[in-house]
Structures are given as C-alpha cells and as structure tokens.
Design a protein around this ligand. Sequence first.
Ligand code: SF4
Ligand code: SF4
Length: 478
Amino acid sequence: METLNETYHEIIEEKKILIDQSFRDSVATVDRKGKRNFLFPKKPKGKLYRWRTIASLIYLVIFFTLPFIKIEGQPIFLFNVLERKFILFGQIFWPQDFFIFAIGFLASTVFIIVFTVVFGRVFCGWACPQTIFMEMVFRKIEYWLDGDAQRQKQLKAMPWNAYKIRKRAVKMAVFYAISFLIANFFLSYIIGIDELKKMITEGLATNYGTFFSLIGFTTVFFFVYYWFREQACIVVCPYGRLQGVLLDKKSMVVAYDFVRGEPRGKLKKAVINIDQGDCVDCLACVRVCPTGIDIRNGTQLECVNCTACIDACNAIMDSIDKPQGLIRIDSEENIEHAKKNKFNWRLGGYSTLLVLLVVFLAYLLISRKDVDATVLRTPGQIFQTQTDGRISNLFNLKLANKTRNNIPITLKLENMKGEINVVGSNLTVPAESYFQSPFFVKVEKNQISKRKTKLLIGVYEGNKKIETAETTFIGPGD
Ligand code: SF4
Ligand code: SF4
C-alpha cells in the first residue's frame, strides 16, 4: 500500500502536519501482547448501509433457494467434487470438460484482476459470502441480542455471573444453529438437496459419515463467525492479501479526501478556523469500521470496502453543514487533483475488457458439446487381412453423454469407403454416463496406398453429426 499512501504523505508533509505513523506498527485486531483484540464496531446507519442490506437480502434469498431450483429434475448448480460431477446453469460438466474449466478459470482470474484494478475491493464488502454472513447475518443478530458496541463492551468487561452466562449461552446457541443451517445448504450444493433430504430422512445410523462432516463444517462456520471474524479477511483471504499489488492510484476505493479533510481538528463552537480542514476528528468512521482501521491513514489492506465509514462521515458532515463525501468511493488520483469526473478512458477500456471476458465465459458454457467422442486404435493391434481380401483395423470408441437422455449413436466413415462393424452392435449411450465399445473398420485394399492413412469417423445422433473423430488407419503399406 506504500504507493497509494505516497500522495497522502506528500501532501501532509507540504501542510507541515506531524503524522502519527504508529498505525503501521500494529494491526487493530492484535494487542501489544500479541493477544486477540476483539473489535466492537458500532452499528452502521445510512443510505449505503440500507442498500447493502437490500443487496445482502437478495443474495441470501438466492443462496437459500438455488438448491431447490431444478431443470428437468436436476439442480441448477451442483459442485459434487466427490463424484466429479458439476452442474452450472443446468448444464452438466464432466472431467472431460477440464479444458473449459481451465480456460474459464484463467478468464475468471483475469476478470478478478481487472475488476479489482478498476473498482477496488468492492466485491469484499458487497458480495463476498464471508462479509455478507458476518456483517448482515451474525453481526445483526449480535446487535439484536447484545445491543450496540457500548453494551457489548460492557458485557465483555463484566465479571462472569448468571446474566453474562445466559447471554453468552443464547448467543452461542443461536450462532451454532445458524452455522448448522448454512452447513446444510453448503452440503446441498455438493450432494444435491434431494440426497441431503434422503440422508436426513434415513437418519444418523446410515449416514454417520456425512453427519460428522456436517458437524465439522458447522463448527468451522461457528468458529469463523463467533470468534475469528474479520481476521478471515485480514489474515487468511488470499484475495485480500493481493490488494497491495492490484490497486493503484487510479483504482476506485473507499478513500478519505485528505486534501479537503486536513488539517483535521475538533470543531470548536464560535471559533472559525479557516486553516482547518473538514475532518472534525470525531472518529465516527473508525468506530463503525468492522476491521478496526482508520481510513484517514490511507488505503489499507484491512479495508474491505464495506462503506460503513462513508455513511458515518456523511452523517457528521450533515450535522455540521458541510458537503457529504469527505470519505467516498474515489481514486487517490482524483482526490489529489480534486477531479470530479470519475469516468476516464482507463475505466472505459477495462470495463469493456470485463464485458468481453463475461461474453467469452458465456460462449464457453453455451458452445460446450453434449457428447464427447474419442476414437483410438486398440493398443497392440495393427491390421488384419480378411478372408475377402479387405484390410481391417480394430478401434475403441469412448463416449461421454453429458445430457439427461439416452443417445443412440451411429458411426460413418467420412473420407473412405468401407464398413464399420460394432462389437455388440448396440450403440446407445445411457444418460449422464460414459460408454465405450470396440469396433472394426474394414476397407478395400486398393484404398490403402501407405502404411498410415488419415481416417475420419463421423459420430451421428440420427442424422445430426455430433463430432468427427480423427484417427489413423494402418495398412500393409507399399
Ligand atoms: S475503512 Fe470503511 S470501508 Fe474500509 S472496512 Fe473500515 S468501515 Fe469498511
Ligand atoms: S467521520 Fe469524518 S469527520 Fe469524523 S473523523 Fe472520520 S473523516 Fe473525520
């Protein structure tokens, strides 16, 4: 974050303000003895917090209803890593689709990098499941059970008595119950809601392995939301750790307008200090911060762009008749040069690239084949001369049917005249499964002039060609 803070410190230096740099020596969540410093952020209020609540509600409704939505009896999303079966937007993906996954993964990585370079860490505060569950579910329940920050601090400082034990027990029970619910839905994304219902109905005796996994997941969620909290973003999340290299001075981030705000100072009635900036050093922005930082120190790794400090500062600006936006979403460069216009060619160019990447990812999903066919010559076999003088080769056909219907297949030679004899004769590929069958290709000897001849085999479903498989036909040669 050094680059981002350079401008800030240059300007501060120009204004000859003594800066307390001690914030660099510590993180808000660890005290001087290295112990966990539990944070008690004040409950945010304001326009952005209301929007964030609405966005989170939509997100939660989607999260809890998606497992119930089905297309032709199959879930719309499934990430069954155990059986290596994945369903995205109702389309089944198999390990054969690894290529799409690899390209999709690369495109998604580029998308995330470009998105972060342009729009900063807005995903963390507004769309990341960790933040949404922490701030919009568990934190809200905490405010409801234990009261706002001050009441929570008092409860923590209080000696253990019946009241405190009851309060803690209720909170733990509620947090564990919600963690259990989340773990169940999490599992339903892996094994499917029907399988989950079946396991619940069958009971513990037959599914104790799954039950213990469920309790494991629940305990992890409980630990994260009850105790670990913001440290998941600060210490564990790899995306968070990358902010230092992804952000630059043009990135849109939650930022304090140091040009307008400094030199900060308490507002004294009847004293008009024209040298004083707009920041009245009330610390309202610090008190609401869920990661315990002071955004006035510049963009920091801990900032998840939750925008709570913007609401807090806007309320203060309203109360002292100053314009809102002392803390706002803006770039370091715009703030430095007091630019209002947030659109620039870089923003436009990167946004266009983001749209193109989304289109590319959609194309990858839509253009995926329903049936994958591979034809390989059977190992150890070369060619056979038939009693009628024709030359034959033995091949092996491998098919993966990714659809939910059985598919009858026929094979045709595309670049030679000859005959195909399938061993077993029935070439119907069952739905959602793999299939393989050996088959002979017999051709007249006069068609084979070389030892190796390119052979194209058409794989047809009725009259529709699904794929053309390319292989080599071995002959006796010259
Ligand atoms: S500094 Fe502001 S935006 Fe960043 S985490 Fe704290 S309250 Fe949220
Ligand atoms: S809320 Fe605004 S005025 Fe108060 S300390 Fe933060 S930046 Fe300064």
